[in-house]
Ligand binder design. Structure first.
Ligand code: NAD
Length: 320
């Protein structure tokens, strides 16, 4: 049995990761400050005897004995990371320093949840890991993009200077149950609007594309990355290559929910990337032929079921 620390474990991806690690027989310590995470996401795991919850902010150091660390703590959607941009960049940078310091002392493996935002508004399509990106350092998204870029730098420096066993994954758009209904991400927005029969807001002309990865595929990739040999650090892209326009996504969701919602068009937010698609050759090569398995309609169906039950609870408690 391994003892594993998951920072940001009460968030969307973290909750799925904790569940998978527990199912595989590990001891899991879930650390979170509950900024965007929710106890609801992990409460169903409380029957596992080797599951522990810690309320802590990774801006401050944390001391514990573990074998592995998954560092996911950081708000991931623009509404949340732009709410307090200084706090966001502190979480990425100081959080990375604190967790890397811990990994160094313990000689523990540490995985960083980096992001496709590293590539900014890319000029190369699809994006391989060797592409350095096109990021605005002083725009509204910079606290997140540059914070994550700096965290990658810190991970590499701790590896090169102190021989810390690091793994970096660059996560592309991921969706699934436990997404926060109010986080303004396109999948959750469209589903909630469709289920409530409200207008579906499309930013720009709806022809900008994204690739959507189901959370189970991502968690599988993260576990495989953690299991790679010492000298493979990444960064490695984890994402789905199938591209969809925002219009196609909205229409699929309307179909699956049988909704009569109308599409309305709004101006594109500043620095919004027009196209993003991962090159996953490296993941296939090093992660035992890893590739996403879950089709969009299958993943959306599970996500819609989750939001339906959330909306029912919300109506009872007037939460949503
Ligand atoms: P999320 O907001 O649901 O989860 C983040 C978790 O971190 C939350 O539980 C939050 O409370 C916690 N947190 C935030 N700041 C903290 C701090 N200072 N100390 C302790 N806990 C803190 O987001 P998510 O979608 O689950 O993302 C998880 C990670 O994956 C993030 O690092 C994010 O940048 C990365 N990522 C996600 C996506 C995606 O599509 N969801 C894409 C790329 C990268």
């Amino acid at each position: 049995m391994k003892k594993i620390l998951v920072t940001g474990g009460a968030g969307f991806i973290g909750s799925h990761l904790c569940e998978r690690l527990l199912k595989e027989g590990n001891e899991v310590i879930c650390l979170d400050n509950y900024f965007t995470g929710r106890k609801q996401n992990i409460i169903h795991l409380s029957h596992y005897p080797y599951f522990e919850l810690v309320r802590h902010d990774i801006i401050s150091p944390y001391f514990i004995e573990v074998d592995e660390i998954y560092n996911l703590a950081c708000p991931a959607s623009p509404v949340h990371y732009q709410y307090n941009p200084i706090k966001t960049i502190k979480t990425s940078v100081m959080g990375a320093i604190n967790m890397l310091g811990l990994a160094k002392r313990l000689k523990a493996k540490i995985l960083q949840a980096s992001t496709s935002e590293i590539y900014g508004d890319p000029e190369i399509h699809p994006q391989p890991e060797g592409y350095w990106g096109n990021v605005n350092p002083i725009g509204p998204r910079s606290c997140y993009d540059e914070g994550k870029r700096c965290a990658e730098t810190l991970f590499m420096d701790y590896h090169n200077q102190n021989n810390v066993n690091i793994k970096i994954v660059r996560i592309f758009n991921t969706y699934g149950p436990n997404m926060n209904p109010g986080d303004g991400r396109v999948v959750s927005n469209f589903i909630v609007q469709a289920l409530k029969g409200e207008d579906i807001s499309i930013f720009g002309n709806g022809k900008q594309t994204r690739s959507f990865q189901y959370v189970d595929d991502l968690v599988e990739g993260m576990l495989r990355m953690m299991g790679t040999e010492n000298d493979f650090t990444g960064p490695v892209n984890l994402g789905n290559q199938n591209e969809f326009t925002m219009l196609q996504l909205a229409e699929t969701i309307l179909d699956l929910t049988n909704s009569s919602s109308k599409l309305i068009f709004k101006p594109l937010p500043q620095d919004d990337p027009k196209q993003r698609q991962p090159d996953i050759s490296l993941a296939k090569k090093y992660l035992n032929d890893w590739e996403p398995k879950v089709q969009l309609s299958e993943g959306l169906t599970k996500t819609i079921e989750y939001f339906e039950s959330e909306l029912k609870i919300g109506q009872k408690t007037k939460m949503i």
